[in-house]
Design a protein around this ligand. Structure first.
Ligand SMILES: Cc1cc2nc3c(=O)[nH]c(=O)nc-3n(C[C@H](O)[C@H](O)[C@H](O)COP(=O)(O)O)c2cc1C
Length: 395
């Protein structure tokens, strides 16, 4: 097979904020995307040795990993066995992960989130129910210890509660970096969770200063960004924006999402964050899995967003390494992150460098989330055969 060329993907990059002393001198631009795999401790939801092993397998020298969506508080949870960043057990568990990634020369950011309306009382502490900008229920089901239940109508947050959530994000960011050993954090503003619920017209019906215009709907998100920047420094804060995802019953019309990105781009650029990840889920297999119709948006959202944001830009969503290479080469993006490809190709970077073919086994959606029996956690998680990139017989 002819050797594949990924000159741009495999070239080094210093993340934004480096001028102020950031340690993040990446040796290449192939990033592992955050992937919820629901295989954390069944009781505490803290990462364990098996989770550290999974991330270590996917660590490359000088490469960046973004860990799975992690709840900023007990009230922010949305999934069984998805981790948090708010107990000592979580911090100790994450230490296992960050120490192991650093020992192999990698960098690691924690993706922080609040599930908002995409949760259920059975997943939350006693007496707590899902919250959102407005009482707009999501179609679909929550998977809880007591079984599958339709999402509940969320309660609209008041401004005092919103202040508390901003503080929860800042505290989780602080703990992630100062106690758990992460190099930075990525705020999750996609997949229909709380931050995106504020951005979207469909879920934000507020009439106060957090609702209505694009600027108002972006206010809560920017308050969270600013609080995290104040807590740990802009060079350690990143954000994932998303367009075209129908995950969690939240797809925004293309014109509104583009207008919003045009506003958010300069706002985020002026804050000089580590990076912005622009993710688009406008591709087929994901929709097949979700059993939903794909929104066929017309504008290339990566090229569009680049016009409005000249800071460090990561692109994501159904990208082949070849497509990502083209976006880097044309100057649209500085980094690319890959999700499904990293599931079955732990040493993705070495395989790309050697021009080896990818294992597409990660598209077996049955292994995406944790098995019924935690004893089977390693299946489809840490048990993928390792392809030696130096072995001439390996495909
Ligand atoms: C099993 C699975 C879990 C995911 N979990 C998260 C998550 O925790 N946070 C997030 O931002 N995106 C999550 N995503 C989306 C991925 O980060 C990524 O945006 C998406 O898979 C598209 O990139 P890809 O085509 O390279 O996989 C998940 C995707 C998959 C397949």
């Amino acid at each position: 097979m002819a050797k594949l060329e990924f000159e741009h993907l495999l070239s080094p990059l210093r993340l934004a904020g480096a001028a102020r002393g950031s340690l993040l001198q990446l040796k290449h631009r192939v990033v592992m995307a955050p992937l919820t795999r629901t295989r954390n401790d069944p009781l505490t939801y803290a990462p364990r040795h098996i989770n550290a092993l999974y991330y270590t397998q996917r660590t490359s020298d000088g490469g960046l990993i973004i860990t799975e969506a992690t709840a900023v508080s007990a009230s922010a949870e949305g999934y069984l066995r998805a981790p948090g960043m708010y107990t000592e057990a979580h911090i100790d568990g994450w230490r296992l992960v960050t120490d192991a990634v650093h020992a192999k020369g990698g960098f690691v950011f924690s993706q922080l989130f609040h599930a908002g309306r995409v949760s259920h009382s059975h997943l939350l502490p006693e007496g707590v129910s899902p919250v959102a900008p407005s009482p707009v229920r999501a179609e679909g089901n929550a998977h809880t210890k007591l079984g599958k239940f339709p999402f509940e109508e969320p309660r609209a947050l008041d401004s005092k509660e919103m202040e508390e959530i901003v503080k929860d994000f800042a505290l989780a960011a602080t703990r992630a970096v100062k106690e758990a050993g992460f190099d930075g954090i990525e705020l999750h503003a996609g997949n229909g969770y709380l931050l995106q619920e504020f951005l979207a017209k469909k879920t934000n019906l507020r009439t106060d200063r957090y609702g209505g215009s694009i600027q108002n709907r972006a206010k809560f998100l920017l308050e969270v960004v600013d609080a995290c920047v104040a807590a740990i420094g802009a060079e350690r804060v990143a954000i994932k924006l998303q367009q075209g995802a129908t995950f969690s019953d939240l797809v925004e019309p293309e014109d509104d999402s583009l207008a919003q990105l045009a506003y958010l781009g300069p706002q985020l650029q002026s804050r000089n964050l580590a990076y912005v990840c622009m993710s688009s889920l406008n591709y087929d297999p994901y929709y097949k899995f979700l059993g939903l119709e794909k929104p066929n948006f017309e504008t290339d959202v990566f090229q569009y967003f680049r016009k409005h944001y000249q800071g460090t830009l990561m692109v994501n969503g159904g990208l082949s390494p070849q497509a990502a290479e083209r976006y880097l080469e044309e100057g649209t993006a500085d980094l690319a992150c890959f999700g499904v490809l990293f599931i079955a190709n732990a040493n993705l970077v070495a395989l790309l460098a050697a021009g080896k073919e990818m294992n597409l086994g990660g598209w077996d959606t049955k292994i995406w989330y944790g098995p019924q029996d935690p004893a089977d956690d390693e299946k489809g998680y840490t048990d993928w055969p390792f392809v030696d990139p130096n072995n001439a017989n390996a495909k």
